[in-house]
Design a protein around this ligand. Structure first.
Ligand SMILES: Cc1cc2nc3c(=O)[nH]c(=O)nc-3n(C[C@H](O)[C@H](O)[C@H](O)COP(=O)(O)OP(=O)(O)OC[C@H]3O[C@@H](n4cnc5c(N)ncnc54)[C@H](O)[C@@H]3O)c2cc1C
Length: 554
């Protein structure tokens, strides 16, 4: 993204503020991370969960495979740590991985005590399955492939039952900042829009608080084809970027290798075919009937996601039997047992006339998980006092250049709970609002009509495989959208705020992807196909005072 283009928005324009309130802790987002934080802080602090839609609109409710944690006597913490670090391709923070893996079994038992019903095995213990990159059976699941829905249900009921206040259809716009007694910048609150069910503004308000926990999830919706639900538009990372925080590792977007292929025109959220299907022995074939993963990796079809997604993309480019846009997953060895083990995948297959007990399932890679985000520790603390980040919005160093399957729900619960407990214990001092984004001169909002342009450019040019030319093409499209929006006056509502955030986050991803001239984890550059020792480092993207992005750390 170049100097001679208009700046990105430094605030989300909105009508004037008409109400204010004050509280100890504001949690933004109601997925596994946000609700875990709110639940842990609730006994001793006033807390409100602000969420832009209904409680279950985020990715959590869609998770299929389950949660990873060492529960089997033959498994070990060291093996889980090793598997996570191998998947992370040289960029994991080993201490963060160790902390997560050690806390994972407790977090799963905690969910069970809250009432989560994980599937039992024949002996009545919790059933454990395996997914790509894991050396043991260590994934707990629920309802077969409805694991996330059970986690969401459990946390919804627990949080509401514990008296956590929820403000739904409330969109977090921007942070409000102040200064602590030592002169350091600190979060003082957040500007919120209350919306009707169509996303039209009812009112704008300010909530002042001693702590703001950002748990707004990832940004899969910057791509045309994604497993993420419509609410996952990168609002949390964009808000942090505008507040001056660095985003770290955002070039590492994980593409799920097997998202159901429903036709070349399919756009938006697509149905996932969980990795657990390959965990149960399913095999990938191209349209000519040749195996995709044979000879590519020792774990073959259970290789880490980045390896499988890249292999499928290369095989699709070769166009076996003239098919360039999908391959097939064969789970027919499971027969009708497939229906019980994977009920929601079965339902999705039936919608496109596929019987998974008899037919191969058409699949293709699609954007799935943001390994990067707001730089934070496993207790949620960030570089900005009073601001905490938990779940997929954060980058704790656990996932490195590529997340190991089923580590993210666990991370959301561990980080959210830890952050909430620490805030129950101690809060930052209260500070006055000094910098209100509403007072910042800023570019206007992006027209929602430009969203398909942004998404198509990202999927076409910044997908599983990228190179300098494709990244320049993406940057040119994003720049054109920015130019268009600088000439227009756009109405403030949920859609235009999301469009503005999508453009900001897409620009950050392209900036980081262009800077990293190597291939590592889920960042694959065809012009730099190998990992380079010099790149065992992290990139930070920041927004300067003018609204231009800067990348550092190279
Ligand atoms: C189809 C699918 C399958 C998956 N399967 C697995 C799996 O098996 N195992 C695993 O570990 N991980 C899985 N993942 C990833 C995992 O589900 C997510 O990483 C995790 O749920 C993220 O939780 P979260 O709380 O950080 O965010 P989310 O659950 O995405 O919640 C984000 C919340 O923030 C709210 N929000 C967003 N913007 C705003 C705003 N501006 N103002 C207010 N609220 C806002 C949203 O409405 C939502 O409530 C899967 C993801 C998908 C999409």
């Amino acid at each position: 993204m170049t100097e001679n283009q208009p700046p990105l928005a430094r605030q989300l324009q909105a009508p004037p503020v008409s109400w204010t309130r004050d509280i100890d802790v504001v949690v933004l987002g109601s997925g596994a991370a946000g609700l875990s934080a709110a639940l842990a802080v609730r006994p001793v602090r006033s807390v409100v969960v602000v969420t832009k839609d209904v409680l279950s609109a985020g990715s959590t409710a869609w998770a299929q495979g389950g949660l990873a944690g060492v529960l089997h006597p033959e498994d070990s913490l060291e093996d889980h740590i090793r598997d996570t670090i191998i998947a992370g391709a040289g960029l994991c923070d080993e201490q963060a991985v160790r902390e997560l893996v050690e806390a994972a079994p407790t977090s799963i038992r905690y969910l069970m005590r809250l009432g989560a019903a994980f599937d039992p095995d024949d002996g009545g213990d919790v059933a454990l399955t395996r997914e790509g990159g894991h050396s043991h059976q260590r994934i707990v699941h629920s309802g077969g492939d409805r694991s996330g829905a059970e986690v969401q249900r459990t946390l919804d009921e627990s949080a509401v039952g514990a008296g956590v206040e929820v403000m739904d259809h409330a969109f977090a716009l921007d942070l409000l900042l102040g200064r602590g007694r030592d002169g350091q910048r600190q979060v003082a609150g957040v500007r919120i829009a209350q919306l009707d069910a169509q996303g039209t503004v009812i009112s704008i308000g300010v909530i002042t608080a001693r702590a703001v926990v950002v748990a707004c999830g990832g940004f899969g919706q910057i791509f045309a084809s994604t497993s993420n639900p419509p609410a996952v538009t990168g609002d949390g990372v964009a808000l942090a970027l505008r507040a001056g925080l660095p985003l770290t590792d955002v070039e590492f977007v994980q593409f799920h290798p097997t998202v159901m292929f429903t036709g070349p025109e399919a756009r938006g959220q697509q149905h996932l075919v969980s990795e657990a299907v390959r965990g149960e022995g399913a095999i990938l074939f191209d349209a000519a009937g040749e195996r995709v993963m044979a000879g590519i990796h020792p774990l073959e079809d259970l290789a880490p996601r980045d390896v499988v997604a890249a292999a499928i993309t290369q095989r699709m480019a070769a166009g076996a039997n003239g098919v360039f846009d999908h391959v097939y997953l064969d789970a027919t060895h499971m027969g009708e047992h497939f229906y019980d083990r994977f009920p929601s995948i079965t339902a999705a297959c039936r919608e496109i006339g596929v019987d998974p007990a008899r037919d191969r399932i058409p699949v293709a890679p699609a954007s799935h998980y943001a390994c990067g985000g707001i730089r934070a520790r496993l207790d949620g603390t960030t570089a900005l006092r009073g601001l905490y980040a938990a779940g997929e919005v954060s980058r704790t160093g656990v996932h490195g250049a590529n997340r190991l399957a089923s580590n993210s729900l666990t991370e959301s619960v561990v980080t959210g709970t830890r952050c909430g407990r620490d805030l129950a214990w101690e809060l930052p001092e209260r500070v006055e609002v000094l910098f209100d984004a509403a007072g910042v001169a800023s570019a206007g909002l992006v027209d929602p009509a430009a969203i398909p342009q942004i998404r198509t450019a990202m999927s076409r040019h910044v997908g599983v495989l990228r190179d300098q030319r494709s990244l320049e093409q993406a940057a040119a499209v994003l720049s054109e959208v920015l130019h268009q929006s600088s000439r227009e006056q756009v109405r403030a509502d949920r859609e235009s705020w999301e469009a503005t955030n999508l453009l900001t986050v897409a620009s950050a991803v392209v900036t980081a992807a262009a800077a990293r001239t190597e291939s590592r984890g889920c960042h694959r550059r065809t012009d730099f196909p190998d990992p380079a020792e010099a790149w065992v480092t992290h990139l930070d993207v920041r927004m300067d005072a003018q609204g231009h992005l800067r990348v550092t750390g190279a």
